[in-house]
Design a protein around this ligand. Structure first.
Ligand SMILES: [Zn+2]
Length: 403
């Protein structure tokens, strides 16, 4: 008989907040062998190895950032480009799972699988790029010669860590290939049996083909479980057509297509977010699209991205669900991620709600303001408390104050 009180770690007195399951109550969480052993109003801590008082803090399922670039260390010597160390986007920022969205492709994803995934404390899930070298080669696709459908299918099938395919509907590939670019990407994802994540919105505003491809992309190419990222983009070929939500976006949603945010340094504006949401499309998931540069300006990470949606008027329940249960659903991992439940691996995020006069900025000069901001306290990954980074701003984790 095991002694049920021999817990490795007990978090006591936190506000356990799991909106995916309708849970919001002050409870203790006991962890044993990396798993959640017990969630109860009062857990017996007399034999616990470690007890941490988290009274006044929010304890959520481990946050999931569905769109990051964490191929740090795999690029050129002395030039990491955009790629961040996974733990900086992940556990050191209070986030337990990150998805690398196409930093590598089928020819170089081995670096992710053999190094980044096993050497990171953060759970790293990989979506391979449709371009064989990913965005280590930028632009990753100029024409069809940068795509290898058969090799990419075999690569996805060779690793349990690869759970999706990414394509960016941007120039120059969208100019040379048009909708065929999306069809090639879909051939890989459907051949491998994983979702396709599509970056919508092309930055050069004088390039018409991204816009021309958007309706067919949404209604003819994407199917249930596929993911549109940059839902709140102000660029051409995204969901807004002269300020109006493309009707095909609702058709796609009716077909089971998922909508992700992917803030990024260039693919989110407050005006576009308001327009998209006012016309009835609330994204399914919040993600950051964090990179080395983005971490220090505008993006800052998953929790800052959640704060932007609090500023847009969504509730705390909404933004946590859009970063936990909904994200797990987009990954097809609802059975293991995105919920607090006895028996599951203990991935948790401990957060604090800080009141202030917070202001958030976008690349168009637009702003959003809010009174409540989330900041990370620490993450628990597979039962272990992880250290928190100093934070992306000179003063740490708090957003910018408008005062
Ligand atoms: Zn990205």
């Amino acid at each position: 008989m095991t002694n049920a009180n021999n817990y490795d770690l007990v978090l006591t007195g936190g506000r356990v907040f799991d909106p995916g399951r309708g849970v919001d109550s002050v409870s203790d969480i006991a962890i044993s062998g990396g798993r959640i052993a017990r969630v109860a109003a009062a857990v017996d801590t007399s034999n616990a190895t470690r007890t941490v008082d988290v009274s006044g803090k929010l304890v959520t399922p481990g946050l999931i950032d569905l769109h990051t670039h964490v191929a740090g260390g795999l690029g050129k010597v002395a030039d990491e480009g955009s790629f961040l160390a996974a733990d900086l986007a992940g556990v050191n920022s209070g986030v337990t799972t990150v998805v690398d969205a196409g930093s590598t492709g089928s020819y170089n994803v081995g670096g992710m699988i053999n190094h980044v995934v096993p050497e990171s404390k953060t759970r790293v899930i990989v979506f391979i790029n449709t371009g064989v070298l990913g965005i280590h080669k930028n632009p990753e696709i100029r024409d069809e010669s940068d795509i290898d459908v058969e090799h990419s299918i075999a690569t996805v099938q060779a690793s349990e860590h690869i759970r999706g395919v990414k394509v960016r509907m941007v120039s120059p590939s969208v100019q040379s290939m048009g909708i065929e670019l999306a069809r090639k990407a879909k051939a890989i994802s459907s051949g491998a049996g994983v979702p396709l994540m599509v970056h919508i919105g092309d930055i050069p505003e004088d390039h018409p083909k991204a816009a021309a491809a958007a309706p067919a992309l949404l209604t003819d190419v994407l199917t249930a479980g596929d993911i549109v990222t940059h839902t709140c983009s102000h660029h051409v070929g995204a969901l807004l057509d002269n300020g109006k939500l493309r009707p095909e976006a609702q058709t796609a949603r009716d077909n089971g297509v998922r909508f992700d945010v992917g803030v990024g340094r260039a693919n989110f504006s407050f005006d576009s977010a308001r327009a998209v949401m006012d016309q009835g499309l609330i994204p399914d998931t919040i993600s950051s699209d964090v990179t080395v540069g983005g971490r220090l300006e505008l993006v800052h990470g998953q929790i800052e991205s959640m704060n932007k949606f609090l500023a847009l008027g969504l509730s705390l329940e909404d933004v946590v669900k859009m970063s936990t249960a909904n994200s797990a659903e987009s990954l097809g991992l609802s059975d293991s991620l995105g919920a607090i439940e006895e028996g599951r691996e203990a991935d948790l995020s401990v957060l604090e709600i800080v009141t202030g006069n917070w202001i958030y900025r976008d690349p168009t000069g637009g702003t959003g303001t809010g009174e409540k901001a989330l900041v990370p306290v620490f993450a628990v990954r597979a039962g272990e408390i992880q250290p928190l980074d100093y934070g992306p701003r000179p003063w740490g984790w708090l957003p910018e104050s408008a005062d």
